[in-house]
Structure formats: structure tokens, C-alpha cells
Design a protein around this ligand. Structure first.
Ligand code: DAT
Ligand code: MG
Length: 150
């Protein structure tokens, strides 16, 4: 079965606040498979490339400063509808509006400290995975898949 993949990043505040295990656990427990994982100090030019679509927005400079303020956890997660469902696990952009039960709703307060990034569409996921994982994700089959999908 060829499955959809998405790019998920735990931002510097998520790392500093000790939420790496919690966030990975939520994606794992949902039934998604981890296909790429790295702990990275992001360069300014790389962060600007990742957020290139937002370069004309007034908050762009602060957003890039934040992303390069400490290491991030970059991941590829795989599963049926993982892009949309991953965004549901994450919640809305502003943690103040994000319902309890979502990652941003449970752990965030401020829009510029929103803990986690997730690709917003299959096309952006493909682009972001290619940018962050030029070597490609890790190919492996989860042995529990028959217990997650019929
Ligand atoms: P998301 O991360 O939910 O996909 P986005 O792609 O529109 O949101 O924006 C990327 C990040 O930029 C977002 O996680 C937080 C920041 N951001 C978005 N809108 C903002 C705003 N109005 N003021 C300040 N920061 C904002
Ligand atoms: Mg986005």
C-alpha cells in the first residue's frame, strides 16, 4: 500500500519545554508510522526557504528568528490521510483558538510560540520532505499495520 506522508517539525519551544516524547507519542498512538527523524539546528537561509510562501507577511522576520532560536525535531510521518489528520492532531495556527485535545490547544498560548509545524497539503508535504530529507525518508513496514487498517 502506498501511503501518504507529511512533514512534521517540533519547533524550538516544543524542544525546550520537553514535549518531544509527548508529541511523537501522539502520532505513534494514533497509528502513524515514523519514516524520518532528525534533530537539527536550522540555518537562517534554510528557515527562510521553508517559510518562503510567507516571506511577504509582517511576522516573517520574527517567525524565522524563532525557528532558528534552538534545535528542532524534523520528522516524516506516514499513514492514511496523514496530512489532514496530522493537522487535526496539531490544532489551529493560534494556540489560543485551538481546542483542548490538540497539541497546540493543550500546550500553547501565543501564536508565535505554537510548538509544532505540520504540512498543510499533500503538495507542500512533498516539497517540505524533499527540502528537509533530501536523502529520502526511511523505507520500512510497520508490523502492526494490519491492526490499524483493514
Ligand atoms: P500553520 O503553522 O498553522 O500552518 P501558517 O503556515 O499560516 O500556520 O504560518 C506559519 C507560522 O507563522 C505559524 O505556525 C505561526 C506564524 N504565524 C502565522 N500567522 C501569524 C500571525 N498572524 N501573526 C504572527 N505569527 C503568525
Ligand atoms: Mg503552514
Amino acid at each position: 500500500m502506498t501511503m501518504e506522508q507529511t512533514f512534521i517539525m517540533i519547533k524550538p519551544d516544543g524542544v525546550q519545554r520537553g514535549l518531544i516524547g509527548e508529541i511523537i507519542g501522539r502520532f505513534e498512538k494514533k497509528g502513524f508510522s515514523l519514516k524520518g527523524l532528525k534533530f537539527v539546528n536550522v540555518e537562517r537561509a534554510f528557515a527562510e526557504k521553508h517559510y518562503a510562501d510567507l516571506s511577504s507577511r509582517p511576522f516573517f522576520g520574527l517567525l524565522v528568528d524563532y525557528i532558528i532560536s534552538g534545535p528542532v525535531v524534523a520528522m516524516v510521518w506516514e499513514g492514511k490521510n496523514v496530512v489532514v489528520t496530522g493537522r487535526k492532531l496539531i490544532g489551529t495556527t493560534n494556540p489560543a483558538d485551538s481546542p483542548p485535545g490538540t497539541i497546540r490547544g493543550d500546550y500553547g498560548i501565543h501564536i508565535r510560540r505554537n510548538i509544532i509545524h505540520g504540512s498543510d497539503a499533500v503538495e507542500s508535504a512533498t516539497k517540505e520532505i524533499a527540502l528537509w530529507f533530501p536523502e529520502g525518508p526511511i523505507a520500512w513496514e510497520s508490523a502492526i499495520e494490519p491492526w490499524i487498517y483493514e
